[in-house]
Design a protein. Sequence first.
Length: 494
Amino acid sequence: MKGARKLYVKSFGCQMNVYDSQRMADTLAPEGYVETATAEDADLIVLNTCHIREKAAEKVYSELGRLRRLKEAAAADGRSLLVAVAGCVAQAEGDEIVRRAPAVDLVVGSQNYHRLPDLVAHAARGGRVVDTDFALDDKFDHLAAPSRAATRARGVTAFVTVQEGCDKFCAFCVVPYTRGAESSRPAEKIVTEVERLADAGVREVTLIGQNVNAYHGVGANGRPWRLARLLERLAGMPGIERLRYTTSHPLDMDDDLVAAHRDLPALMPQLHLPVQSGSDRVLAAMNRRHSRADYLDVVARLREARPDLALTSDFIVGFPGETENDFAATLTLVEEVGYAGAFSFKYSPRPGTPGADMSRQLQEAEKSDRLRRLQRVIDQEQAKFSRACVGRTLSVLFERPGRHRGQIVGRSPYLQPVQIQAPPSLIGEIADVTITEVASNSLFGALASPLSSPCKGEVGERGEPGGGLTPPRTAVGGSTLPLPGREKIAGAGA
Ligand code: SAM
Ligand code: SF4
């Protein structure tokens, strides 16, 4: 390893960016870059950006303004600070970033992270670089794997990207343009990566992709494997107690994947299944390629397979042409499905997408009003689930110390944060917790059995991931990662 330099990576947006950020840090580690928690003492700062809504992209430019001042201060101290922009804003805006933000030394698109060591070396010699081609070679073949120490430091849960890009072309969405066409990693490479994680102590893996259930990687037998087959392979791996996947499209929820929710105890009873709208007219205008009835049919099949499944979703309000009746259909859908939580956004027109050119764009005030009304209904549904948890016993994987003295925090099978008073030695273990109280996004409880046998989640017990939970009509508080958030009413998009 070369002489140590400090690397600060800031991730915006989705969990795919969190995963990419870790892999960028792993790839720069052999170049001597050690991660630091603050931008102020860094030698290299990477902003891993999100382009999904206008506000997300604008945040990057305001952050770059701050970094310009930091760079000037470093220069005044005789230090050199390199600033890189990666991710979807980099991919979409390329040269424009260098033009608008003089502090930026290099721009790297989401398919080219394996070239970072060369790009950084070039920038360090004074050249500004923009590399946003869609690389022909698979970046995953070249990105460094994390060291065992790095994996341990990241905790007992991990994301693994299995699929990238999207061919669906929803009329509001930039992903097919910024992340490119759908592509899946070969199954064996994913298996090897998960084996390494398990070996370093990871107990829960979330498979991620922009459209993860469209997964169709080459399997061990040379034939394509769908996501259900991959989950089945990983479910038998020693050390891996829990599996999740996100984010899914309703059209790709095939019978095998539905059956996996019934047949694989390690597959947690929680699913993020975005619907966007409850109105058939709006779904058609969005080019979602499914109706409200199609979606409800998928939900019914899933609940038949796994009655205690916690469902969460994404909603967009104020898509061009959305009437009050269309919006009312979204409100009734939320109640009909009985979601455990949901993300909700005001429509944000994105340049280059069909939605941006549609007539009948809605006023901001109207979007804000609908968002407020939608969030009220989502909150009611979520509160119902949380209240239904009290008195139940859930198996919890403990992940980290809590904010208060003597507290540790874990996740229920439904992905709810659960806080208890217990020693930190329980971190990394799965134990039964009896829920005593709920707050807006967290559950509170106490260990159901004495500390001598804290470890739940052995094969037999995981057959009931709810740990004796009576299957509710819809289950409790689960979500994508992190828990469903909400767009601020005043904002144009989170
Ligand atoms: N692939 C997933 C799917 O099929 O729904 C989600 C991808 S996207 C990264 C996450 C969410 O952002 C979407 O589900 C949608 O609700 C929201 N979103 C995407 N484009 C948006 C836009 N232009 N305005 C507002 N919200 C948007
Ligand atoms: Fe975007 Fe998801 Fe639609 Fe693909 S399926 S275009 S990622 S919203």
